[in-house]
Design a protein around this ligand. Structure first.
Ligand code: HEC
Ligand code: HEC
Length: 270
């Protein structure tokens, strides 16, 4: 296989401060004949151009959803309890393969979930991230914010086959390893402090907090070391993704996991 060129599809997300961050997707490889593999096609997927969001009420909902996704504490303030936006974990507006993308999701929900031992809708899954990742509250299905988020995800998914998961769904699969927080502390100082800060507070709104009151709660998926390791290995450091070994990703995830996180108690988050 020839890895001729790695293109980085720029997807510029305008954040509420005055500067732009050019987010990047994973690399896409072209070249020699290759066996068609589902995982590869997702890397070549390019998010639809925002200029193609239609005019009219449907377009207005999609645009609102885009704003809620990229600046959640600002556009969905009453449902958020920390400083996290969806795009902080669902990279580049939910458009990056193995950066927990939103692509294709509306067409595969409702689905059975082990945690709840029941079938949940797409809206219910969104609510869970509001409760746990955003340390906030459920929002009504007919609220403009929820309608916007669903419309935005549907717009991202317009070329996807209903019922079939997007090949780049979720996170990369890493081997199961044990993280060493002491080694992780060194990695953090060398490779993460520059953006996320010594105290893990980030620089809101552009760079998310990793611990403390602004960050995800201990009930969030990101609080699981294996999940964070998979996220970090493929998406961080943001300026050099895919450079940490799986072991290093586990180590730094173990370090961040050991820092204080808001305690999640579901009864306080209805
Ligand atoms: C702190 C990180 C974080 C934040 C913030 C966050 N999420 Fe998530 N989200 C996750 C993780 C981790 C998963 C589980 C990914 C996995 O297991 O593959 C997830 C899963 C999801 C899923 C299901 C994805 C799938 O493939 O089934 C949806 C839908 C979702 N989040 C929506 C949202 C929305 C909308 C927001 C903003 C209101 C949001 N999330 C904010 C971390 C986050
Ligand atoms: C160049 C700046 C930069 C560096 C360096 C960096 N990050 Fe990030 N990080 C970001 C940004 C910006 C986001 C939001 C997602 C995105 O846009 O890619 C983020 C998101 C995250 C998230 C998910 C959101 C959250 O707050 O829970 C985690 C976890 C994370 N980074 C961990 C790390 C770790 C661990 C390192 C060091 C190995 C690291 N980052 C290095 C900028 C950076």
């Amino acid at each position: 296989m020839i890895r001729a060129i790695a293109i980085r599809c720029g997807f510029v997300v305008v954040l509420s401060s005055s500067f732009l961050i050019l987010f990047s997707t994973g690399s896409a490889s072209f070249g020699a004949p290759r066996t068609p593999q589902a995982a590869d096609t997702s890397k070549a997927w390019v998010a639809p151009d925002r200029a193609t969001i239609p005019a009219g009420p449907m377009g207005d909902n999609i645009r609102l959803g885009l704003h809620v996704f990229n600046e959640t504490p600002k556009y969905a303030e009453r449902y958020v309890g920390n400083k996290m936006s969806c795009t902080h974990c669902h990279v580049s507006g939910g458009t990056v393969s193995k950066g927990i993308p939103m692509v294709g999701l509306p067409g595969i929900f409702p689905m059975y979930r082990d945690r709840e031992k029941t079938v949940i809708t797409f809206e219910e899954r969104i609510e869970q991230c509001f409760q746990r990742s955003e340390f906030g509250h459920r929002l009504p299905n007919d609220s403009p914010e929820m309608v916007g988020l669903v419309a935005y995800s549907q717009w991202l998914s317009k070329d996807q086959v209903t019922g079939r998961p997007f090949p780049g769904r979720g996170l990369v699969t890493l081997p199961e390893l044990n993280g060493d927080a002491a080694r992780g502390s060194q990695i953090y100082t060398q490779q993460c402090t520059i953006c996320h800060g010594e105290e893990g507070a980030g620089k809101t709104p552009d760079i998310p907090a990793l611990w403390g009151p602004g960050a995800y709660s201990d009930g969030a998926g990101m609080d699981q070391i294996a999940k964070m390791a998979a996220f970090v290995q493929h998406n961080m450091p943001q300026n050099a993704p895919d450079t940490l070994t799986p072991q290093e990703a586990y180590d730094v995830a173990a370090y961040v996991h050991g820092k204080p996180h808001s305690v999640f108690n579901i009864k306080d988050h209805q």
